[in-house]
Design a protein around this ligand. Sequence first.
Ligand code: HAM
Length: 414
Amino acid sequence: MSYKKIPGTRDILPEESGLWQNIEELSREVFCLYGYQEVRTPLIEDESLFNRSLGNTSEIVQKQMFLIPHQDQTYCLRPEGTASVVRAFIENNLDKETGFSKLFYLGPMFRMERPQKGRLRQFHHIGCEAIGSLSADLDVETISLADSLLKCLNINGYTIKINNLGCAKDKKSLIDALHKALKGQLPHLCPDCQRRYETNALRILDCKNEECRSIVSKLRIHDEYLCRDCAQHFIRVKEGLDLLKIGYEIVPHLVRGLDYYTRTVFEVTHPDLGAQDALGAGGRYDNLVKELGGPDVGAIGFALGVERLLLACKMPRPQAIRRSFAYLITLGQAAEKEGMRLIDDLRKSGIACDTDYENRSLKGAMRRADDLKAGFVLILGDDELKKGIVTLKNMSSGEQKEIRPEDLKKELKC
Ligand code: HAM
């Protein structure tokens, strides 16, 4: 029997993993520029952490959790990072030890989705959370950070969409207004929205169904349901984005699918992605830290989906030739032993090297060195052993010379 990977998961093979490393390295650098530090939380968490944070009626909790029953509890594979980071912030007393915290994370998330282009069951987030401030300027900085990350990854042509959902009270007024406005239209809404009308009417606003969209577009919902403070907050965010010359579109129907959001929400879309067009998304969640048992502090964050970044980015593949990588070819049994000692010594001096373990001919081994993009080939046979030298071939210039083993390190390191 041959095994296949689970639908909606991917093998990242060596030819692609270099690109992943580049993306991760660049992201780390950009996060550092904005004062963030890395946090690594477990892949498994208590299921109830997400029920509580994302909301029982959210699609993720209703349909997409990978659950792991354990005694009288249920664990789950984390579907997103925000709730885990907030849990870690509270559990490790970061509020008392560091206060305002800027934390970033890179890693896999799991959602039981119907797989399609850009929609996987195991996918990866590059995300961050700034916990401990209500400042609208922090919203500006966070959106600017997402913009910088995308630019640094050589991604162009995206749109940043923003909205303000208001505080918990404002969200409630909006839901009441929606109930009133949509009551007469209920039979025309899709079955999902008929259900949402009862459970989470806000989600009707960003339903993708044509008929629902047409009904919603006539509702003329703008920011009139925002209280004075939330309206002021929105103005300050827009002014800040203008000041930093960050282009954005105000989308009054952008509500996001997770319950924890309050005030600023944003989404970055890209036209090359097809139906799943969000490169990333985020927003404020000013009540979540308190709801999960922590202090009453505001917070904001976002996450970019790495697989979708890869669909949109034009980043060149990492450099093809591994200049300092050496490939050793031994000819004969005596040379094999000496070769084993030689590459062990080179590796311990920090020089990457490899050798043949498949009994290839000299020609076959040279071809292998070429395939591996080795910068140098070292040849060690009876002649070399007798003379106490190694034959060194520079694969870029084709130059070949004899060299004493003790001089190799200097030669290969340059
Ligand atoms: P989200 O919108 O659920 O937000 O996910 C963020 C991004 O992850 C999406 O925009 C998309 O690029 C990617 N993504 C989501 N689901 C999938 C999937 N099934 N396959 C491939 N990529 C996917 C959050 O998760 C929030 N925690 C973001 C946040 C952080 N808000 C505040 N802080």
